[in-house]
Design a protein. Structure first.
Length: 477
């Protein structure tokens, strides 16, 4: 793939290249699959007889696997053609989907999700690196906006589609439905896919790959343990500290490899100020988004008595609004730059999360719909400018590394967001129940505290957005 940077085809002005459209379609399918399971967590808890903390690992393990695999994709995509990378990614994804559909136990289901995630992990850097390579700079905002449209509609449709399927039968139908769709996308995509650039030979530092997997995995696993009432605090803190220490060793390893060879992650990308600021914004925004996507179905189904389908339909308008705004945001970015979009977006993000701290057993559903729509529109105003600006601040030879780092930390932030809100909610709920409160009252208090923590973290986005340059030309890179 990096060879494509020297072998850059000329994209027709005003048009999205076919290779980007095909990759967007495939990415749409795999992201739709990721969000399908979020709405099914309460049903999974009942069917598989697992706790809330265990069930949320169906989503957390998916994101952690992506975080572990994405760093390796830079090396992998150098060694294969675009078509080979696409075929392998979709093949692995299909295998994981079939395994999940037939899973006889929760452990096998988790394994299937991990295999799915390994395929998904290749699609994201493949799409983003190809887009940055074949699309001229003046058109990137518009094309990224169209990418946002496709990728944002998937999370919007996910809960509603899963709600409908769950009305018809078991959670297994979610995977049975995805299987033929993904198969058709893989088949027709391969018939039309063209190669961008030539494969190159390259080596991989497997020690770095192992350190990344153990470090990020240990950190999030340790954090999730805080929500378990019967787990001692000491071991949980130990796992978190061990994960953080492993990440520190991983960073030192990369700094050494930068001087003597090819690092798994080239951390020199972080010396580009605009990229580093964009990365910070993206991570916090994803953390807040995934946290709310976990909490809302639990609130609506467990405390308000809505069915999975009703839950999906309630959150669908916000997701659709986010997707439909994508192309407009992309065009506005090309015209105005990032700050006029990202700053209001970060303020809207904080306002929406602050509104969710007031959830109650009687809050009108139209208020929940309104807050969720504000949240999704705010994220739409942020994501397209942040990614386009951040990647555009890097020199072309660093696109694969930038895409890899951004994809990895994006997934880690999302996994941390998921673990954090469930941990806070569960700890608060358990404490109140022990003090004699009813389960419903305790859960509601736990959710309000979890939303408060997400709101406090989101305040950082306003501070970062205020110092973000509107265009890459405003800062030395």
């Amino acid at each position: 793939m990096p060879a494509a940077i020297q072998d850059r085809p000329t994209a027709e002005a005003g048009r999205t290249p076919l290779v980007v459209r095909l990759l967007v379609l495939a990415t749409f399918v795999v992201i739709l699959n990721e969000t399908l399971m979020i709405n099914a967590i309460p049903r999974l808890m009942e069917s598989m007889h697992v706790t809330e903390q265990a069930a949320q690992w169906v989503s957390t393990a998916f994101m952690l696997t992506m975080a572990a695999v994405i760093p390796i994709t830079g090396w992998f995509l150098q060694r294969v053609t675009t078509r080979q990378g696409y075929a392998i990614a979709m093949g692995v994804f299909l295998t994981g989907t079939a395994l999940s559909a037939a899973a006889p136990s929760f452990a096998i289901l988790l394994l299937g999700r991990i295999v799915q995630a390994a395929g998904t992990a290749v699609m994201m850097p493949l799409l983003m690196t190809t887009l940055m390579t074949v699309v001229p700079e003046q058109d990137r905002g518009r094309v990224m906006g169209n990418v946002t449209l496709a990728i944002s509609v998937a999370p919007a449709l996910g809960p509603a589609v899963s709600g409908l399927i769950l009305q018809l039968g078991s959670w297994r139908l979610l995977f049975v439905t995805v299987l033929p769709i993904a198969g058709a996308v893989a088949y027709f995509g391969l018939r039309q896919m063209t190669n961008i650039g030539e494969p190159q030979t390259g080596s991989i530092d497997w020690l770095s790959a192992a350190l990344a997997t153990l470090g990020f995995g240990g950190l999030v696993y340790g954090l999730s343990l805080f929500g378990e009432g019967n787990v001692q605090l000491g071991p949980s803190i130990g796992i978190v500290l061990a994960g953080a220490a492993t990440i520190a060793i991983f960073v030192l390893r990369q700094l050494k490899l930068q001087r003597t060879g090819a690092p798994l992650m080239d951390l020199r990308t972080l010396t580009h100020r605009t990229f580093a600021l964009s990365l910070t914004l993206m991570c916090i925004a994803f953390l807040a988004m995934m946290g709310s996507m976990i909490l809302l179905p639990l609130y609506l189904q467990n405390l308000r008595g809505l069915s999975p389908l009703e839950t999906g339909l309630l959150v669908m308008p916000g997701g659709l609004a986010m997707g439909l705004l994508g192309p407009t945001v992309g065009k506005l970015y090309d015209r105005l730059g990032s700050r006029p979009l990202v700053l209001p977006g970060s303020i809207g993000l904080v306002a929406a999360l602050a509104g969710f701290t007031q959830v109650s057993a009687t809050m009108p559903f139209w208020q929940i719909l309104g807050l969720h729509t504000v949240l999704m529109l705010s994220l739409a105003a942020m994501f397209t400018p942040i990614f386009t600006l951040g990647m555009g601040a890097l020199p072309p030879n660093m696109y694969p590394h930038g895409s890899s780092i951004l994809g990895t930390l994006q997934q880690v932030a999302a996994a941390l967001g998921t673990a954090l809100v469930v941990t806070v909610m569960s700890a608060r709920t358990g404490h109140l129940v022990a003090d004699g409160a009813t389960t419903a009252t305790a859960q509601l208090s736990g959710m309000k505290l979890a939303f408060l923590v997400a709101t406090a973290l989101a305040l950082i986005t306003i501070a970062v957005a205020a110092v973000l340059p509107s265009r890459t030309t405003e800062t030395a890179h």
